[in-house]
Design a protein around this ligand. Structure first.
Ligand code: KG4
Ligand code: ZN
Length: 328
């Protein structure tokens, strides 16, 4: 079995995965969303302290598995340096104490493998990753053949929901809050410009849309009874249209055989529906992770760690140092 730890942002999580079967045997996650909500975003120092409190509590519950562990997996990049170091330090201590190898897992590959926690792996796959930290399209042939073909030049899709929610005073994380508010809103009320719609680039950008929304929010606030539902709906519509327009352009030369959406924002039902429409002419299936594994978790890290274990992809303790100079 492999014990895997996730602490790249605001979720403390540990999993136990069986090597022979890829089966998830244990998974526990303690989310810090409520703690960061008052600030409208993740406060790294607070997140690190909360990991230091939560991870040992979860680890205690894994004690029955300790004697069966063959390796320890841990998210080593990308993420917040001060929170990554909490998980990595714990993983190093376990590796040394039990004399087992350590496996540094890339968090983004973790999101891709969130598709395969309860299903078999199917490659090749075109993947849209939409999380709080990333918005990118990847062509995935195998664990070690992953090419990023498009990414955001500034804010990510999920981050733009968080920032818009903050402007409206809704709290954090913004994605589910905006999605809920948008349900009763008019998607066509605010005619926000689709980012990069005239650019031939296959890339994403959310900073311009975010600022256009800011102006609309300020206008609405001048009213006696401000109501942000139409702004939320129009924002969600344009944020999604930006993704589908760029994907459509990409599909002209790269027909998708199988397509997946992963990451926290893949929980968004409007986005799922629009991508489904986009895929229809290609007859390409849409793969999604179980809802509980869309956002950050250790089950997906464990799934990658098992693949890496089978391919002897171990890390040295030194390689996993979170150096103050490293660019995470
Ligand atoms: O993957 P994740 O848990 O963490 C990162 O790796 O960043 O993604 C969290 C992000 C947040 O920005 C959150 O607002 C967004 O996913 N999110 C959503 C929805 N649910 C979560 N964005 C849009 N619609 C949602 N329903
Ligand atoms: Zn993530």
């Amino acid at each position: 079995m492999i014990l895997s730890i996730e602490s790249s942002c605001d979720d403390s999580a540990i999993s136990i995965t069986e090597i022979a079967t890829n089966r998830l045997l244990f998974h526990k996650k303690i989310s810090q969303e409520i703690d960061h909500s008052v600030y409208g975003g993740v406060v790294p120092e607070l997140a690190a302290r909360l990991h230091a409190e939560a991870l040992p509590k979860i680890l205690e519950q894994c004690e029955p598995y300790f004697h069966k562990l063959k390796a320890v997996g841990v998210t080593s990049t990308p993420g917040l340096a001060v929170t990554l170091v909490e998980g990595v330090t714990m993983a190093k201590a376990i590796a040394v104490a039990l004399n087992i190898p350590i496996i540094g897992v890339n968090h983004l590959i973790g999101h891709i493998y969130s598709l395969f926690i309860e299903k078999e792996t199917t490659f090749p796959l075109t993947v849209l990753l939409v999380s709080g930290g990333h918005t990118q399209v990847m062509e995935v042939k195998s664990l070690s053949e992953i090419t990023t073909v498009a990414k955001s030049m500034d804010d990510s899709f999920g981050e733009s929901f968080d920032k818009v929610a903050k402007m409206m005073g809704l709290g954090y994380p913004g994605g589910p809050l905006i999605e809920e508010l948008a349900k009763d809103g008019d998607r066509l009320k605010h005619n926000f410009t689709v980012p990069l719609h005239q650019s031939p680039l296959i890339a994403f950008s959310y900073s311009g849309l975010k600022n256009a929304v800011r102006l609309a929010v300020l206008e609405e606030e001048k009213k006696e009874n401000p109501n942000f539902k139409d702004i939320a709906a129009s924002f969600e519509h344009i944020a999604t249209k930006h993704l589908t327009m760029k994907l459509k352009k990409y599909f002209k030369t790269n027909r998708p055989k199988s397509f997946a959406i992963v990451g926290g924002a893949s929980a968004n039902l409007y986005l799922r529906g629009e991508i489904e429409q986009l895929l229809k002419p290609f007859n390409a299936p849409l793969l999604l992770s179980e809802l509980q594994y869309c956002s950050d978790n250790a089950a997906m890290i464990g799934r990658v760690a098992v693949e890496m274990y089978k391919q002897n992809m171990f890390s040295s303790l030194k390689e996993l140092d979170i150096s103050p100079k490293s660019n995470l």
